[in-house]
Design a protein around this ligand. Structure first.
Ligand SMILES: NC(=O)c1ccc[n+]([C@@H]2O[C@H](COP(=O)([O-])OP(=O)(O)OC[C@H]3O[C@@H](n4cnc5c(N)ncnc54)[C@H](O)[C@@H]3O)[C@@H](O)[C@H]2O)c1
Ligand SMILES: [Zn+2]
Ligand SMILES: [Zn+2]
Length: 361
């Protein structure tokens, strides 16, 4: 028997989102239905709404979520009804060329539910990042459910499902920031501040936050930034070099994803340093760099998809560190809101008023 619940749908490019009745099928083989307890509003949801990801409207938005497994389909053994889980968009397949060479964080064939959630008209919905969690109950592949310690609050835990994991992982998994390193993070929204928190956890000794908004820089200090640069007032490359003995940082994370921020990151790192691009560019963006500089500066320019995380390895570990008081995930929650407030939350995000608005059910 399917169920009917309320969820947030983007019908058309650029149109305000609306709350609709959605039909959620019972879980089929390998699937689970999860009662969503909390779901954060991420910039990527807005990218979907703006048509920046693809044109598969209507979208069921939301993807940074935690909740309780309600029911599971045939053959599901890793999770059971009652389990507290964070939803992930990397349910590794175990069979693709990345999985087979032992790099499952690049899995090219991640699992999603086979059945579709629909509008009452029968029209199929495209769930954001294969999840769709601004909804009372959602249907996912069981591999998208990662069990974590249920003592963590859902509105905090859910954030690890996307942006916060992307930021922490950009610093520690992709950038491999370690004890005594210097790191600069450009763009201190939810993702950038998570990179700062990750760098502190990993023992970086110089952590430079760069943003155009002083409010964001204030929050960055709370997460562990040792220095801040407002790049509207000061050249960020010069500022980062001045704070690193004239050399540049070992790792620079671009958590904005624009040609100008990537270029800053490229020149603000030390020789043989690493640039990590975690902000998502749009298709029209181009960069031009002297090829001699690409050669001469050495090191690496990397992209970080979902912080190169392995949910089954990273989510339980990060939740444990949070519960031990070593990772202040609660500071990312600027406000908790209702399902009807997602559109308003997009506006607040656009104006830079929040790190994360989190829908709680
Ligand atoms: N790679 C991944 O797996 C992944 C996962 C989640 C989100 N993202 C992407 O990461 C990016 C950041 O997401 P978010 O939720 O933190 O967004 P956000 O809007 O909360 O934060 C962006 C920050 O960048 C700052 N900023 C904008 N332009 C700037 C500039 N020119 N110089 C310096 N700072 C600037 C803003 O003031 C803001 O603080 C988005 O592009 C999002 O889609 C990527
Ligand atoms: Zn795979
Ligand atoms: Zn996200």
């Amino acid at each position: 028997m399917s169920q009917q619940v309320r969820g947030v749908v983007a019908h058309k490019k650029g149109d305000p989102v609306s709350v609709e009745t959605i039909v959620v099928p019972d879980p089929g083989p390998g699937e689970a239905v999860v009662k969503v307890q909390a779901c954060g509003v991420c910039h990527t949801d807005l990218h979907y709404r703006e048509g920046g990801i693809n044109d598969d409207f209507p979208f069921l938005l939301g993807h940074e979520a935690a909740g309780i497994v309600e029911s599971v389909g045939e053959g599901v053994t890793d999770v059971a009804p009652g389990d507290f889980v964070i939803l992930n968009w990397r349910a590794v397949c175990g069979n693709c060329r990345a999985c087979r060479r032992g790099e499952p964080w690049y899995c090219f064939s991640t699992h999603n539910a086979t059945q579709k959630m629909t509008l009452t008209s029968g029209q199929e919905l495209s769930p954001a990042l294969g999840i769709g969690a601004f909804i009372e109950k959602t249907l996912v592949h069981a591999g998208q459910c990662t069990k974590v310690n249920p003592e963590a609050k859902p509105e905090v835990a859910g954030l690890l499902g996307c942006g916060v994991m992307a930021g922490i992982g950009a610093a520690i998994n992709t950038g491999k920031v370690g004890r005594g390193d210097s790191i600069a993070v450009i763009g201190c929204g939810g993702v950038g501040n998570a990179a700062i928190a990750g760098a502190r956890l990993a023992g970086a000794s110089t952590i430079i936050a760069v943003d155009v908004d002083d409010r964001k820089l204030g929050w960055a200090k709370d997460f562990g930034a040792t220095h801040t640069i407002n790049s509207r007032e000061q050249d960020a490359v010069e500022g980062i070099q001045a704070l690193t003995d004239g050399n540049g940082a070992n790792v620079v994370v671009d958590a904005v994803g624009r040609p100008e921020t990537f270029t800053t990151a490229f020149y603000a790192r030390d020789l043989a340093g690493t640039v990590v691009l975690v902000g998502v560019p749009t298709p029209d963006m181009r960069i031009e760099l002297p090829l001699l500089d690409v050669f001469g500066r050495g090191g690496a320019t990397k992209s970080s998809w979902y912080g190169d995380c392995l949910p089954s390895r990273d989510f339980p570990m990060l939740i444990d560190l949070h519960l031990q008081g070593r990772l202040p995930l609660e500071k990312f929650v600027s406000e908790t809101i209702g399902l009807d407030d997602v559109e308003a939350a997009f506006h607040k995000m656009h104006k830079g008023e929040v790190l994360r608005s989190v829908v709680v059910f």
